[in-house]
Write a protein that binds this ligand. Structure first.
Ligand code: ADP
Ligand code: ASP
Ligand code: MG
Length: 404
């Protein structure tokens, strides 16, 4: 007998009809003589709606109340699915995060899981019960409801697979699996049959929404194999596994994009030791992460320009921190732009293949797409472009690297 963790995302449980379809899948997997733990997200759009409501009440809605509010969507979907399974003649029961409990730290709105108690659910499974767990939720050590960050039901699934020593962790979603790029922006996107944790972590951190980055990292640390597959089509999907189990034929595995970034340039900064630290120190102290950084070489050795990118939501806070520091930084002017997008190519095949960088830049130049900033790691190259060029850049790179 195998123990399966099956996670269904928001679009998979978006209507009552779809919940019944999910119940059929669960019933089928159960009848193959498996132990089943199901994780569900809120019905699609529900968490966004709750988030909007909090903003209408207060621009600074209390974090702990926000978690109590946002977690509500999963209470609805888990009970609806459990009720649907009972209607189909199965023994089923829903569990909310606090009932298990899934214990997290106090980092409200993106908490880390510390421990999951398993006894009660294991007992239920041993009596041929199907456990349905509300994703995304936890409870802090100070007894308040927490959430695991947007898309956090993926993390619930991986953590449950770890603590319950599951044989398989399947992530059911609205697409065939992990694709070479987002199919909503490029209809030439193809299924990736096998992808390494490292590549998937880069892809999702760089914008591929299909798996939450923290969940991929958690799976990588504990070597938990993930199978991403469709709720609606009988297809083989994508296996997320160790790099050494993959035979690389392509240099680039996938193309990702994100529109969450903004660019800031400080023009005419004094070119002397310590200036970069003076710019970035206050940002770091205020939990603002800087991503790409470019410093021009100064032609006269006196003044230079510093450009960097950060999350769009952090832009106004960063600008006011820098402006507060104007005397010390002594720059001529500050320019910012939030209509930018980051386009990235990802692939472990890059390690052994030189020439990828120039091929990427040349293909964008041929389409007259200007590169505003660049950053690289061993298995990815990211460029910043004007947001209007997002789709064209993704399609161009997808074709250039033979993914069409
Ligand atoms: P769920 O509701 O199942 O959690 P999400 O909406 O979080 O699903 O993630 C699935 C979506 O991710 C897809 O509908 C697709 O538009 C988007 N996506 C972005 N990049 C990729 C990619 N490389 N492969 C597959 N899907 C992607
Ligand atoms: N419902 C939560 C969200 O929309 C968690 C999830 O869908 O995984 O972010
Ligand atoms: Mg998701």
């Amino acid at each position: 007998m195998k123990r399966l963790v099956l996670k269904f995302g928001g679009t998979s449980v978006g209507t009552l009809e779809k919940i019944k379809k999910v119940a059929n899948i669960v019933k089928k997997r159960f009848s193959e003589s498996n132990e089943i733990i199901v994780i569900v997200s809120a019905m699609s759009g529900e968490t966004n709606k709750l988030n909007e409501q909090s903003k209408m009440v207060s621009k600074n809605f209390d974090n702990k109340e926000l978690d109590t509010l946002l977690s509500a969507g999963e209470q609805i979907s888990s009970s609806l699915l459990s009720g649907s399974l009972i209607e189909q003649g199965l023994k089923a029961r829903s569990w909310l995060g606090w009932q298990i409990p899934i214990i997290t730290n106090n980092n409200y709105t993106s908490s880390q899981i510390v421990k999951i108690k398993t006894e009660e659910i294991l007992n239920f499974l041993s009596k041929r019960g199907v456990a349905v767990i509300a994703g995304f939720q936890g409870i802090s050590l100070e007894n308040r409801i927490t959430t695991l960050g947007r898309g956090g039901s993926d993390l619930t699934a991986v953590a449950i697979a770890k603590f319950f020593k599951a044989d398989v962790c399947e992530i059911y979603t609205d697409v065939e699996g992990v694709l070479t790029t987002d199919p909503t922006i490029n209809d030439k996107a193809k299924i990736i049959k096998k992808i390494s944790y490292e590549e998937m972590l880069e892809m999702s951190s760089l914008g591929a929404k299909v798996m939450q980055p923290n969940s991929v990292q958690a799976a990588m640390i504990d070597n938990i194999p993930i199978h991403v597959r469709s709720t609606f089509l009988e297809k083989s999907g994508t296996k997320i596994i160790s790099q050494n189990e993959i035979d690389y034929k392509n240099v680039v595995t996938g193309v990702a994009y994100s529109k969450n970034d903004a660019k800031v340039s400080l023009v005419g900064v004094v070119d002397k030791p310590g200036v970069a630290a003076d710019i970035f120190e206050p940002l770091g102290e205020n939990n603002i992460n800087v991503d790409m950084v470019i410093q021009n070489t100064s032609s006269d050795g006196k003044k230079t320009d510093v450009t960097f990118t950060l999350k769009r939501e952090d832009l106004s806070k960063a600008l006011s921190l820098i402006e507060k520091n104007i005397k010390k930084l002594n720059y001529n002017k500050i320019i910012h732009d939030d209509k930018v997008a980051k386009i990235s190519i990802v692939g472990a095949g890059m390690i052994a293949n030189p020439g990828v960088t120039h091929k990427m830049f040349r293909s964008l130049a041929n389409k007259k797409i200007n590169i505003l900033a660049i950053s690289t790691s061993e298995i990815k190259i990211s460029v910043l472009v004007q947001e209007d060029f997002t789709q064209q850049a993704v399609k161009t790179l997808h074709k250039t690297f033979g993914l069409n």
